[in-house]
Design a protein around this ligand. Structure first.
Ligand SMILES: Nc1nc2c(ncn2[C@@H]2O[C@H](COP(=O)(O)OP(=O)(O)O)[C@@H](O)[C@H]2O)c(=O)[nH]1
Ligand SMILES: [Mg+2]
Length: 196
C-alpha cells in the first residue's frame, strides 16, 4: 500500500485583485511573484493615451496594461493558491472593474507616494463595495519619505486598522509578505462575521 500524506490537502483557490493607479507597479508585482508565466496584456502606449495617461515622472514607461495581468502563487502553509488579477490602471478601462470584482476575496491597493491621488479611486471602489484590502506603499527608489500613519491619513482610509506595508513591487519576499498580511485580514474578518 502506498503511503498517502493525509495532511497534504488540495489548496483552496482564492482570487485576489492587485489595484492602484497608473504606473504604481501592478504588472511588476504580478510578474515578481507568479509561479506561472504571467499572462500579460500589455500594449505599447498609443495615441489613445496621449494627453490622457499622465506619464509625468514615469517617462520610461512605454507599455501599459490594457486589460489585465494574471498570475498565480501557491502558499502551502496557508493552504491556498492565490490567483492574482492586476486591474487596468487607466480610467478608460473602469468598465471592467465590476467584472474583476466577481469572486474576489480581497485586494492589494498599490500606492506610489509621489502620486498618491492615482490610487484614491481604487480605495474608494473597494471601500464602497466592502472588499477587504491592504495598502502596499511601493518604495520606488528603496526609500519612503512617509510613515505608514501619514500614508493612511493622506488616503483617508475608512478603516484605521487597514494594514499599510512598505514594499518593493519587484521583491518576491515583500509581495509574499503582503499577500500573507492580506490573508490575515481575510481570516480575521471571516472569524468576526462567523462570531456574530
Ligand atoms: N525602482 C522601482 N521601479 C519600479 C518598482 N515597481 C515598478 N517599477 C517600475 O515602474 C514602472 C511602472 O510599473 P508597472 O508595473 O508597469 O505599473 P502598473 O501600471 O501599475 O502595471 C515600470 O517601469 C517598473 O519597472 C519598484 O518597486 N521600484
Ligand atoms: Mg500594468
Amino acid at each position: 500500500m502506498p503511503e498517502y500524506d493525509t495532511a497534504a490537502e488540495e489548496e483552496s483557490p482564492v482570487k485576489i485583485l492587485i489595484a492602484g493607479g497608473f504606473g504604481v507597479g501592478k504588472t511588476t508585482l504580478v510578474e515578481a511573484v507568479s509561479e506561472i508565466e504571467p499572462l500579460r496584456t500589455e500594449e505599447r502606449l498609443t495615441a489613445a493615451g496621449v494627453g490622457v495617461d499622465d506619464l509625468d515622472g514615469i517617462e520610461s514607461k512605454t507599455v501599459t496594461t490594457v486589460a489585465m495581468d494574471f498570475g498565480r502563487i501557491t502558499l502551502p502553509d496557508a493552504g491556498v493558491v492565490l490567483y492574482l488579477f492586476g486591474t487596468p490602471g487607466q480610467e478608460r478601462f473602469w468598465f471592467m472593474w465590476d467584472d474583476l470584482l466577481r469572486g474576489a476575496l480581497g485586494a492589494i491597493v498599490l500606492v506610489d507616494t509621489r502620486r498618491l491621488d492615482r490610487s484614491f479611486a481604487a480605495v474608494d471602489f473597494f471601500e464602497n463595495r466592502g472588499l477587504p484590502f491592504i495598502i502596499g506603499a511601493n518604495c520606488f527608489h528603496g526609500e519612503q519619505p512617509y510613515t505608514a500613519e501619514q500614508i493612511g491619513a493622506a488616503l483617508h482610509l475608512r478603516d484605521p486598522d487597514t494594514p499599510i506595508l512598505m514594499l518593493d513591487a519587484r521583491s518576491h519576499d515583500d509581495i509574499r509578505g503582503a499577500l500573507l498580511a492580506l490573508l490575515d485580514v481575510l481570516i480575521a474578518k471571516a472569524r468576526a462575521s462567523a462570531a456574530v
